[in-house]
Design a binder for this molecule. Structure first.
Ligand SMILES: Cc1cc2nc3c(=O)[nH]c(=O)nc-3n(C[C@H](O)[C@H](O)[C@H](O)COP(=O)(O)OP(=O)(O)OC[C@H]3O[C@@H](n4cnc5c(N)ncnc54)[C@H](O)[C@@H]3O)c2cc1C
Length: 355
């Protein structure tokens, strides 16, 4: 296919954070983009559709990954004035670390150029730190208002009809990786110079690449009056609870407090959580020792969310599945934080495709 003058024609399947951010970056780089989603854009059924997600860069023990995540974090900050301010809150992200490892973690962070400070559990008395731990706070990290950023990206694209076509309610039934085309459920064939399949946990199925699927239960809480003031400037925190596997995302900008744990993350065969009772998982979270005063909170919602991980390494995977076709076959647990890296890779690929 001959590339369009002045840029490539990019087709993106999936309007979650990966697809929308890729579309924005490709338009900024002078390409024309079509975004297809089986639902609305943004789609409340996407993995990305939530009130917030934590953005952190520190990958202890892996300097290269820390550098990459640092670059992604800077990109998120650069995007805020482009898409419209107000979707990032730099409240910091704290990890509970065994005290004997504190000096090592701080040394690693400093060496990797990530500013951190230590804090005692008494600084966050509402939370249950595991015995013998203290906090390492990534001061530049924070909380991205996920729903807000998806809406902002969709609005930004919709305002540029010459460069971006948003096509909601366009389910892709098949991907022809060799030809770089997709067939929609109604039979229409859509192709371009470059195709990205970013259909979240459904990507593997679409491109015939296996991934391991996980489901995790999250509980949304409203702090009572007694607790609310403690949360006013609170960071996101990981490594909590008696087993050190729980995390919280704070109630910033009118959102609810979100609580979960790796202990309630389970491997599943598909994304259909419809028949599964979430209450026993929520009860496990209530008993995990995450909050010091669980009775001081109102449970507002319980929700299951899915993510796909690489079959061998367990993390994220972006792969070229055809001459001009890429697929985000796994996002791992940090798909929001890493989305700018996928977008940057696609801008490079689009440049190549247009050459
Ligand atoms: C419990 C939990 C907590 C998490 N916390 C964090 C966090 O704190 N920080 C972080 O960085 N990440 C976090 N993640 C990961 C992050 O949320 C995901 O990696 C990210 O949202 C994936 O975005 P995506 O755009 O790739 O996929 P999605 O958001 O799932 O979007 C895929 C889109 O593709 C569409 N689609 C699917 N099939 C088709 C089809 N056949 N045709 C057309 N469209 C289709 C869907 O409708 C959807 O809109 C968390 C994940 C979970 C499960």
């Amino acid at each position: 296919m001959t590339p369009a003058a002045g840029g490539a024609r990019v087709v993106v399947v999936g309007a979650g954070v990966t697809g929308l951010l890729t579309a924005v970056e490709c338009v900024l780089a002078g390409h024309r983009v079509t975004v297809l989603d089986r639902g609305a854009i943004p789609d409340p059924g996407s993995t990305s559709h939530d009130q917030h997600r934590a953005l952190r860069t520190l990958m202890v023990g892996d300097p290269a990954a820390t550098r990459r995540m640092g670059a992604a974090h800077r990109k998120w900050q650069e995007l805020e004035p482009v898409l419209g301010p107000g979707f990032y809150r730099q409240v910091g992200v704290v990890s509970a670390v065994p005290r004997e490892r504190l000096a090592e973690v701080v040394r690693f962070a400093t060496g990797a150029g990530v500013p951190v400070e230590t804090l005692l559990p008494s600084a966050l008395p509402q939370l249950g730190f595991p015995a013998g731990t203290a906090g390492v706070r990534e001061v530049r990290a924070g909380v991205l208002l996920a729903g807000r950023v998806l809406r902002a990206a969709a609005r930004w694209l919709a305002a540029r009809p010459a460069s971006a076509a948003l096509r909601p309610y366009s389910p892709v039934a098949a991907v022809d990786a060799a030809a770089g085309k997709v067939t929609l459920a109604g039979g229409e064939v859509v192709g371009g110079d470059l195709l990205l399949v970013a259909a979240g946990p459904w990507t593997g199925e679409l491109v015939g690449r296996p991934a391991v699927l996980y489901r995790q239960t999250m509980v949304y809480l409203r702090p009572g009056r007694r607790q609310a003031r403690r949360w006013r400037y609170a960071p996101a925190v990981g490594g909590l609870g008696a087993d050190g596997r729980a995390w919280v995302v704070p109630p910033v900008a009118g959102t609810l407090l979100k609580v979960s744990s790796d202990a309630v993350c389970r491997q599943v065969a598909d994304t259909d959580a419809g028949a599964e009772d979430q209450v026993p998982w929520a009860e496990r979270l209530a008993q995990a020792g995450i909050l010091r005063d669980p009775a001081g909170y109102e449970v507002v919602a319980v929700r299951a969310c899915h993510y796909a991980a690489d079959t061998a390494a367990g993390g994220a995977r972006l792969e070229r599945v055809g001459p001009a076709v890429w697929a985000r076959t796994a996002c791992g647990g940090s798909g929001f934080a890493a989305a700018p890296l996928v977008a940057a890779a696609m801008v490079e690929a689009a440049k190549e495709a247009a050459a």
